[in-house]
Write a protein that binds this ligand. Structure first.
Ligand SMILES: [Cu+2]
Length: 484
């Protein structure tokens, strides 16, 4: 079944003439100069092995085989995406601030790329850090159409090794079937449970903070495996590191629906950036990561030989995945893919402690937008301000140059990681307490909580703003802002 967004996007492509439209994604003002050839990123199918079985998934690779892109600040983002799969696709540069026509959201920034077609991108990079790229077309992200996007900058150090860890949730069930099952089981859950109990929550219903925090609804989808760089703990990636050395872990949660607790085990870590943006360093051995977020964690490797698993445990469950850092050829013991005990749900405890290294300028909001996160498991209906997205929903009003505050209040029993396209925002309030929180692009809003994010409207265009849980966004927890 085609998803609603695929249908919308398909409509646009048909109107514009898909082959021409895909090439027209770069406006004349942004035409790549002849000076440097673009980096080619090819979308294709590939096989990986999961739980002893072969799985056909998507991938985003350069002709040499590298996944995604590593570039550096000062270079333009000059990329050609070639669609080598047998369906339309479009790639979003998660966390970057391109001109809106290059943002990679079908039906909003432009049409999808038809099979065999390509699209060119060329824009300046405003900042460095750990980002990622993923398909915004239909449910392709669940089939691993995602890759790292690393922009090196002056924060990176020559004496530090970098390890990129991409987390993903994996199912042998096709995503379209997962979505259908959610709609069916959601409606059955709705019939079986009284309103306000379990997964049945009418939108707009008031829930107290304590009540919601007591029993959040987690993990709609039961996955077959959790992957770190495409592998499970049965055969994890083993990375050689220097005894006594420093390692920057760039952790990217590319999962469709799953949040984790990063567990550094015996290693001391320092969280130095979230979603690419520097924060005042936070020391620790455990850090939460919601869907679509990134954590840059610097770890110190002890002297001598040793094997150091860096694990990601699914919130609310025992399942885990991860990689192993190995110094001086230490033997690597088999790590169980389940922890001894379930982990707690993610909270805002870390978020409320984060402080941006470079906060937005102090400024009163010119515009405050109420964003109620609404919906219900019955029928799997998810919405913003009780409106299920379709292309006719009017964009939220914003004017160029304004300081805008998004007041997000979660009126459902599920956590929602909210992502704004085209702008970095700053977390400036949690439940009435103002503070100069992290600058980032995705923030978790747990059930019953209120999170306020501020941004400056300095990148005119039409931008998506949505829950990053794939099936929530596809079900309609999605809206847009538009200004020129
Ligand atoms: Cu959601």
């Amino acid at each position: 079944m085609l998803s609603r967004r695929a249908v919308i996007a398909g409509g646009v492509a048909t109107l514009a003439g898909s082959a021409i439209a895909a090439r027209a994604q770069t406006s004349p003002a942004e035409t790549p100069s002849a000076a440097a050839a673009p980096t080619v990123l090819k979308l294709d199918r590939r096989d990986i092995e999961v739980n002893g079985k072969t799985a056909s998934v998507f991938g985003i690779r350069q002709p040499g085989g590298a996944f995604g892109l590593v570039t550096e600040i000062g270079k333009p983002f000059r990329v050609r995406v070639e669609n080598g799969i047998d369906e339309p696709s479009l790639i979003h540069w998660h966390g970057l601030t391109p001109p809106w026509r290059q943002d990679g959201v079908p039906g909003i920034s432009g049409p999808p790329i038809p099979p065999g077609g390509s699209a060119d991108y060329d824009f300046p990079l405003r900042f460095g850090g750990t980002f990622w790229m993923h398909s915004h077309q239909g449910l392709q992200e669940q089939r691993l159409m995602a890759a790292p996007l690393i922009i090196r900058d002056s924060r990176d150090r020559a004496d530090q090794q970098e390890v990129v860890v991409m987390l993903a949730d994996f199912s042998f069930t096709p995503p379209e079937q997962i979505f259908e099952n959610l709609k069916k089981s959601g409606s059955m859950a709705g019939m079986a449970k009284p309103a306000g109990g379990g997964k049945m929550m009418m939108s707009g219903m008031k829930i107290s903070k304590g009540e919601a925090a007591a029993a959040p609804d987690l993990n709609d989808v039961k996955y077959d495996a959790f992957l770190a760089n495409d592998r499970t703990l049965a055969d994890p990636e083993v990375v050689k590191v220097e005894p006594g050395g420093r390692v920057l872990m760039r952790i990217i949660n590319s999962s469709s629906m799953s949040a984790y607790h990063i567990d550094l085990g015996q290693l001391d870590g320092e969280l130095i950036a979230v979603d690419g943006f520097a924060v005042a360093a936070v020391r620790g051995r455990s850090f939460p990561i919601a869907v679509a977020q990134r954590l840059d964690i610097r770890v110190s490797i002890p002297p001598g030989s040793g094997a150091y698993p860096v694990l990601a445990q699914l919130e609310g469950e025992r399942n885990r995945t991860g990689v192993v850092l190995v110094a001086a050829n230490a033997p690597v013991a088999r790590i169980a893919d389940e922890a001894d005990a379930p982990s707690p749900a993610l909270t805002l405890d870390l978020e409320s402690r984060l402080r941006a290294a470079e906060p937005l300028a102090e400024r009163k909001a010119d515009r405050v937008l109420a964003i109620n996160l609404t919906g219900q498991m019955a029928g799997y209906v998810w919405s913003i301000n009780d409106v299920v997205w379709d292309k006719d929903v009017p964009p939220l009003p914003v004017a160029k140059g304004e300081r805008v505050e998004l007041v997000m209040v979660n009126r459902t029993p599920m956590p929602h990681p909210m992502h704004l396209h085209g702008h970095e925002f700053q977390v400036v309030e949690i439940d009435g307490v103002r503070f100069a929180g992290a600058v980032r692009d995705t923030v978790l809003v747990p059930p019953g909580r209120r999170v306020v994010a501020a941004f400056d409207a300095e990148n005119p265009g039409w931008w998506a703003f949505h829950c990053h849980l794939l099936y929530h966004l596809d079900a309609g927890m999605f809206t847009t802002i538009r200004y020129v």
